[in-house]
Design a protein around this ligand. Structure first.
Ligand code: BES
Ligand code: ZN
Ligand code: ZN
Length: 458
């Protein structure tokens, strides 16, 4: 899809936001089609609602199989007065791209297939709005790339394929991608990554993407993003039951998000240093799988009792967080489809964040609002550490009591970080879109937009 700011002489269907609750298609006096989208009371319109209306407009255009649409930037941004033109332009482009996305790779192709909107003509755009659109195009593209990776079935999205996707993502940028193999991971002493990997026939990959936009020798310490890369989560010997296992090809969504975020940042040519780390493994069930009760040794020397082989995400992330600290980063952000419990606690409209740094918690929550990738905090109090004491080892990967597992998991991760400049994002609630999102079913591409904003602002 492309955005055009030039005037067109063609009769392109126009999208128009109008007061009231009624949406309808009309023909204007010149014979052009106008899609009127009712926005309610325009002066009461919030940015949250506006984003969704932009998406809705795209979905309605899809229903009419429009391959081109025209909007008037002035009229479109009605009522959302508090936002800068640049921000509105960016939001517009991001959300149009996200709403236009469908995962078509596995559908057989027919000539008559509608393949989405080809061109969006934008009239009366200010220079600020245009600049915003240019940034939003990059971010929206990478959100959709993350969705492509996450939507791909487990057979075709193995650790090896994910590693190749990371290499490809960095092409045409100054990102340096290194893939650590099993022997490297052994040398580093990442016993938890090795433990989760041991039941799979697919070789593990530990993906390292480095973007030194501020200069490697500059005083600027990097921001390290860590993404969970479980390419399929069967649960292991603690096998997941019937329905719970479906969709677990998307258990690498956190990994996909950090790969996409660092790629977007490089394409935006931000003068920031950013590292993306993805421990990529398959949590398979086989004769060589990890057993409940086994003890693993983490990279930082701590011993870990595996009480549940389905709590594998916190294991691989623990080692990856130890590795992240080698960079002496100014900020560590980990992103993971970590617990069903985060969904039980918060529902499916927001990811959970956990950090012991109040300022950071506030900042990330605010940027959630700015980016449209909403997050909400859960506590990470020291007291919870009593929940994860080990019987035979130092710590256990399952809490007692089991309730509040999202927090138990966050507390487990905290055992592998020594800085308080760390925030954990449990994105399980936002792994897949919901009907209200006005997006295609499947991967939501969370929280790529939030990560980019955080890197821009931190
Ligand atoms: N990948 C799952 C969490 C998950 C569930 C993500 C549903 C997205 C949707 C994770 O590895 C897991 O299995 N967690 C267990 C932990 C339990 C064994 C303590 C869970 O949440 O049930
Ligand atoms: Zn699991
Ligand atoms: Zn998992």
């Amino acid at each position: 899809m492309k955005f055009e700011f030039k005037k067109t002489t063609k009769h392109v269907p126009t999208i128009s936001f109008v007061e009231g609750d009624v949406s309808k298609v009309v023909e204007d006096t010149k014979g052009s089609v106008v899609l009127k989208i009712g926005v309610g009371k325009s002066e009461a319109l919030t940015l949250r609602q506006w984003r969704n209306l932009v998406r809705k407009a795209v979905r309605v255009a899809h229903a009419h199989k429009f391959t081109e649409i025209l909007v008037d930037a002035n009229e479109l941004t009605m009522g959302v007065v508090k936002e800068s033109d640049e921000n509105l332009g960016r939001e517009f482009a991001e959300n149009v791209l996200m709403a236009d996305y469908e995962f078509r790779k596995y559908k057989s192709k027919k000539k008559s297939d509608f393949l989405g909107i080809g061109t969006v003509y934008i009239e009366n755009a200010s220079s600020g709005f245009k600049n915003g659109v240019k940034r939003g195009e990059i971010v929206g593209f990478w959100v959709n790339q993350a969705r492509d990776l996450a939507n791909t079935p487990g057979k075709d999205m193995t650790p090896t394929v994910l590693a190749k996707a990371a290499k490809d993502a960095g092409k045409g940028t100054t990102i340096k991608t290194t893939i650590l193999e099993k022997k490297d991971v052994e040398k580093l002493g990442m016993g938890m990554v090795l433990g989760v990997d041991q039941g799979s026939v697919e070789p593990l990959k530990f993906i390292v993407m480095e973007y030194w936009g501020a200069g490697k020798t500059s005083k600027e310490k990097p921001i390290v993003l860590v993404g969970k890369g479980v390419t399929f989560d069967t649960g292991g010997i603690n096998l997941k039951p019937r329905e719970a296992i479906l969709g677990m090809n998307q258990d690498m969504s956190g990994g996909a998000a950090v790969i996409a975020a660092v790629s977007a940042v490089a394409k935006l040519k931000l003068k920031k240093n950013v590292i993306a780390l993805v421990p990529a493994v398959e949590n398979a069930i086989s004769g060589s799988s990890l057993r409940p009760g086994d003890v693993l040794k983490a990279m930082n020397g701590k011993t870990v009792e595996v009480l549940d082989t389905d709590a594998e995400g916190r294991l691989i992330l623990g080692d990856a967080l130890c590795y992240a600290e080698k960079y002496k980063p100014k900020l560590i952000v980990d992103v993971a489809t970590l617990t069903g419990s985060a969904m039980v606690a918060l529902g499916t409209r927001t990811s959970a964040i956990m950090t012991r740094n109040e300022e950071l918690e506030y900042k990330v929550r605010k940027l959630g609002e700015v980016s449209g990738e909403y997050v909400w905090p859960l506590p990470l109090w020291k007291e919870y550490e009593n929940n994860i004491k080990g019987k035979v080892a130092d710590i256990a990967n399952l809490g007692t009591p089991r309730q509040g597992d999202a927090i138990n998991a966050g507390t487990f991760l905290a055992q592998f970080v020594t800085t308080d400049r760390w925030v954990h994002i449990d994105m399980a609630p936002r792994m897949e879109t919901i009907d209200d999102d006005n997006l295609a079913k499947g991967a939501a591409g969370a929280p790529v937009r939030l990560l980019v904003r955080l890197i821009e602002e931190y």
